[in-house]
Design a protein around this ligand. Structure first.
Ligand code: SAH
Ligand code: SF4
Length: 390
């Protein structure tokens, strides 16, 4: 495990908050929605498709946020757009950069709520971990987000906006004449919906945002590079395959219903058997390669050799990889991380059964950027700033 001791850099910007009501935001609209909005604003129907194409490229290929810069549109059309629409992304409040290059953004959304977005650079890729809700309705006992009430679902604009602001910060918009694909910079190459919230309890918004991210004329991320993590909302799993088609990760975390009920309480509604039945069809329907089984390693709770053997038996026949996550401890957490030896013994059993069993490397630990810790440090810092103590 990497120990990180070097200092943290932090920029704090103060940005005025914009209110939710007012003109329509073009960001987050699907192509058909944008077409309808343009027609409602007076664009002749015959032109609408072309206008959507033009706008789409400005917004999602070039990263332009100013109507005045959209030079292939007539001046009076630009004026109409500026009077009717806005181009709004969440506002970056703080940006922290870890010594290992991980970046964590605190972003503010309408209503003054805040969510966190984490960018993790690796040798051959850069993964952005985005949030789908402020807080979570579920109460997984090892997850810090689970101790926070659901505030609200994020809108498609707020979900896709997290990608746009990361690309702003990474300087990942093409120069004129350069493509975003092979030629352009690929700092942000993968998306994981593993931040705050349960994406399948905000299905339509997550779907629309991911459709925008996958659109070949813009951000153009392949569905193979997008992974949605769910705690196991069984009725939405088939829909995820059909309507999004991205890769699926599932927070499995236990091999008996008794333990999973305690760790992931949604298991009381849809138990291991029901979950596995839904997962068996997923790769076929979505054309995805393998399902990722996430398994948080909790000392003395779910980490025995018997658990590892049971896990292998349970998932038999499902194209799978198993991602072991050393528990990220948070202040007041009721669990401890399994020892390194235990995690490796567990991984070994899985590996010998023929599954890839990568142990997730902790990244960005110095900035509390790990799974399940999002928001906690921010809240603590804010209390300190206000002089309330930790
Ligand atoms: N709500 C979704 C996605 C967000 S959580 C879900 O539950 O799948 C992303 C992953 O981090 C999940 O597998 C979750 O179980 C795991 N996680 C949450 N808290 C954690 C912690 N403290 N340490 C390690 N992993 C954690
Ligand atoms: Fe919600 Fe996922 Fe945390 Fe469970 S693990 S409380 S579903 S964010």
């Amino acid at each position: 495990m990497t120990e990180i001791t070097a200092p943290i850099t932090q920029d704090v910007h103060t940005i005025p908050r914009k209110l939710p009501d007012g003109p329509v935001n073009l960001i987050g609209l699907t192509r058909p929605q944008m077409r309808d909005a343009l027609i409602a604003a007076g664009t002749p129907e015959k032109q609408a498709k072309m206008r959507v194409n033009q706008l789409w490229q400005w917004l999602y290929h070039w990263g332009v946020r100013d109507f005045a810069a959209m030079t292939n549109l007539a001046k009076d059309y630009r004026a109409m757009l500026a009077a009717t629409f806005v181009i709004e992304v969440p506002q970056v409040v703080t940006r922290q950069v870890s010594t290992d290059g991980t970046r964590k953004y605190l972003v503010r959304i309408a209503g003054g709520h805040e969510v966190e977005v984490v960018y993790i650079p690796e040798e051959d890729r850069g993964t952005l971990c985005i949030s789908s809700q402020v807080g979570c309705t579920l109460t997984c006992s090892f997850c810090h987000t689970g101790t926070q009430k659901l505030v609200r679902n994020l809108t498609p604009a707020e979900i896709v906006g997290q990608i746009l602001i990361a690309r702003d910060d990474l300087g990942q918009w093409p120069e004129p004449g350069q493509g975003t694909g092979e030629n352009g910079p690929r700092l942000l190459s993968n998306i994981v919906l593993m931040g705050m919230g349960e994406p399948l309890y905000n299905f339509e918004h997550v779907r629309d945002a991911m459709k925008i991210a996958m659109d070949g004329e813009g951000i153009a991320l392949s569905r193979r590079r997008i992974t949605l993590s769910t705690s196991g909302v069984v009725p939405e799993i088939a829909r995820t395959a059909q309507e999004i088609g991205c890769q699926l990760a599932v927070s499995f975390h236990a091999t008996t219903d008794e333990v999973r009920d305690r760790l992931v309480p949604i298991n009381k509604k849809w138990n291991i058997e029901a979950l596995l039945a839904a997962l068996r069809d997923y790769p076929k329907v979505s054309n995805s390669e393998r399902i990722t089984f996430e398994y948080v390693m909790l000392d003395g709770v779910n980490d025995t050799d018997a658990d590892a053997h049971r896990l292998v038996r349970l998932i038999e026949g499902i194209p799978a990889k198993i991602n072991l996550i050393p528990f990220n401890e948070w202040p007041g957490a009721p669990y401890k991380r399994s020892s390194g030896n235990r995690i490796h013994a567990f991984a070994d059993i899985i590996y010998k059964a023929g599954y890839a069993s990568p142990v997730r490397k902790p990244r960005g630990e110095d900035i509390m950027a790990a799974c399940g810790q999002l928001k906690s440090e921010t809240e603590r810092v804010r209390r300190v700033r206000k002089g309330e103590g930790v």
